[in-house]
Design a protein around this ligand. Structure first.
Ligand SMILES: Cc1cc2nc3c(=O)[nH]c(=O)nc-3n(C[C@H](O)[C@H](O)[C@H](O)COP(=O)(O)OP(=O)(O)OC[C@H]3O[C@@H](n4cnc5c(N)ncnc54)[C@H](O)[C@@H]3O)c2cc1C
Length: 512
């Protein structure tokens, strides 16, 4: 089919590259709008990072283990069919939202989505006043959320994105200094030091950034929205594992007649008359299209076309520094989990500076890390005599794990730390499976297995992701490496935005 720059049929052929969550969300919406949609996926399955590892009856989520803002996927299901999300998967609110264990031996369980409950729990565990300081922080974080929710979740990236980069939406508390000058926290670390004033509260705050590999010492204060989102919209699990969410989205696509071609690597974007007109596959065949939607890392996308996709004044994909990823250890344990086990426990590092230096590539390591321990008490997955536990920790982007410490050494450090969350851990291990970030990179295509963070305001725009539209007409970016960024809800929203831009045109203003 030959199409001119200004002639795109109403019922168009859309080719989607990759079957990640953002790409599938776009595909389902575009199919409902009447377009013919074909997804070409390099791997033999859908879901991208949202995978499951199974062995000997044990099953583990190897990508996301929890998520927030289920409204994004609820909306996808409402807009694409009769059956709501809740009829396709069983969503479970996790309570407590998380348990935190600190190096000084104190621990606190934070109730899910309850400000009063969180304040009370923090006061009881960390001392009077800690709860109020955190509660007051959440009020300010809410203001940052209210200011950025539309541009950084619900709308295509503004042309005047510099406003988002330059203006810090977090209303930091003025801090009096000498000569009557005042300073306000500009980074997450400064919020911790100046407003929370307790290393344990700081550790809770910073763990929300660290899980995306962000260094809180230079992450803008606007990242306060990360704990706020969990607090306000809850922490969610899907019965059977998060892979069930991917299955449901895939099945919704198939119901809407989206065609999937697995084992089909896209090796190039085909251009005709100055616009994207299809894709070339590894076997040399060409799939023609009126629109191409790329659900892959934008750095990789640049390798698929010679066309300049971004120009002066655009947010550029960051190809200079690879993003840290998540190192994962899957533990098959004998014995079931004890009653009342927290689904998620974060065991905080004894040496914050050393961990941040190592993860950001500025210091030696590996060092004892902050470890997230996921213990889903899910009868849909396993008998009561065994337990599947997933440990994750932020890890620097590197391909060679044998250079300064083998994967086993880091896995040992993680397992040691996890002992604070799983009684008798060492004696219970039947086997373990180690996954370096590179393994998830193999599954997603992300360079060295980096995990994309949600887009954040402030920081001179350095924490934004490139727009969904590109300078090549007919080519769009979707998924965690494009606006509005990574994580399941944001990637799902990118699908809604791309579908809106294709269906309604470049003036689409988002789902207000
Ligand atoms: C270890 C890990 C832990 C995470 N934890 C969380 C969490 O707790 N909570 C949360 O919300 N999010 C988490 N995330 C992030 C979340 O999984 C992603 O942001 C989300 O799934 C969106 O993915 P995506 O749409 O960008 O697609 P991706 O998952 O990146 O998938 C891209 C797809 O494109 C395919 N592809 C790539 N190149 C080509 C090509 N040339 N041709 C054809 N196909 C191609 C790949 O095979 C892959 O299937 C985690 C991610 C990882 C890796």
């Amino acid at each position: 089919m030959s199409v001119g720059a200004d002639k795109v049929p109403r019922m168009a052929q859309v080719v989607v590259i990759g079957a990640g969550m953002g790409a599938m969300a776009a595909a389902a919406r575009l199919a409902v709008a009447g377009h013919r949609v074909a997804v070409y996926e390099r791997a033999e399955t859908y879901g991208g990072a949202v995978r499951r590892f199974e062995r000997d009856g044990f099953s583990f989520d190897t990508g996301p283990g929890l998520f927030t803002l289920p409204a994004v996927y609820r909306d996808l299901f409402v807009k694409t069919g009769k059956q709501p999300l809740e009829e396709c998967v069983e969503l479970v609110q996790v309570d407590p939202s998380s348990r935190h264990v600190f190096p000084d031996g104190t621990a606190v369980s934070l109730p899910n989505a309850s400000r009063a409950g969180v304040v009370q729990a923090l006061d009881a565990a960390l001392g009077a006043g800690a709860g109020d300081r955190w509660g007051d922080f959440l009020v300010r974080a809410r203001e940052a959320w209210d200011r950025t929710r539309r541009p950084l979740l619900e709308e295509p990236l503004w042309d005047e994105w510099h406003v988002l980069g330059g203006r810090e939406p977090y209303p930091a508390v003025p801090r009096k200094r000498l000569l009557r000058s005042t300073r306000r926290a500009g980074t997450l670390a400064e919020i911790g030091a100046w407003e929370l004033r307790d290393p344990r509260l700081t550790a809770i705050l910073e763990s929300h950034a660290l899980e995306f590999g962000l260094d809180p010492r230079d992450t803008p204060a606007s990242a306060a929205v990360l704990p706020y989102m969990e607090h306000a919209f809850g922490t969610w699990y899907v019965r059977g594992g998060i892979r069930e969410l991917a299955r449901a989205v895939y099945e919704r696509c198939v119901d809407r007649r989206v065609e999937f071609v697995f084992g089909a690597e896209v090796t190039g974007i085909v251009e005709k008359d100055g616009r994207a007109a299809g894709v070339e596959l590894a076997d040399g065949t060409v799939a023609e299209a009126d629109h191409v939607v790329a659900g892959v890392d934008p750095v990789r996308l640049k390798g698929l076309t010679e066309h300049v996709l971004d120009g002066e004044g655009d947010v550029l994909p960051d190809s200079s520094t690879p993003s840290p990823g998540r190192f994962t250890v899957l533990l098959a344990l004998r014995g079931g989990c004890e009653a009342g086990t927290a689904h998620r426990t974060v065991v905080h590092t004894p040496d914050r500076e050393a961990e941040l230096d190592w993860v950001s590539g500025a210091g030696p390591g590996p060092v004892p890390p902050t470890v997230t321990v996921l213990r889903p008490d899910d009868p849909a997955r396993l008998d009561r005599e065994h337990e599947s536990v997933v440990l994750t920790a932020a890890a620097p982007p590197k391909g060679d794990w044998t250079a300064d410490g083998s994967p086993e050494r880091f896995a040992d450090l993680m397992t040691d730390a996890a002992g604070a969350a799983v009684p008798g851990l060492r004696e219970r291990v039947l086997w373990r499976e180690i996954r370096t970030p590179g393994r998830s990179g193999d599954e997603t295509g992300a360079f060295l297995g980096g995990v994309p963070a949600p887009s954040l305001a402030g920081g001179d725009g350095g924490f934004l992701h490139p727009a969904n539209s590109t300078r090549l007409p007919g080519l769009y970016r979707v998924g965690g490496w494009s606006h509005p960024g990574g994580g399941l809800p944001h990637a799902g929203m990118s699908g809604a935005l791309v579908a809106g831009l294709i269906v309604e045109g470049p003036d689409f203003m988002g789902s207000r």
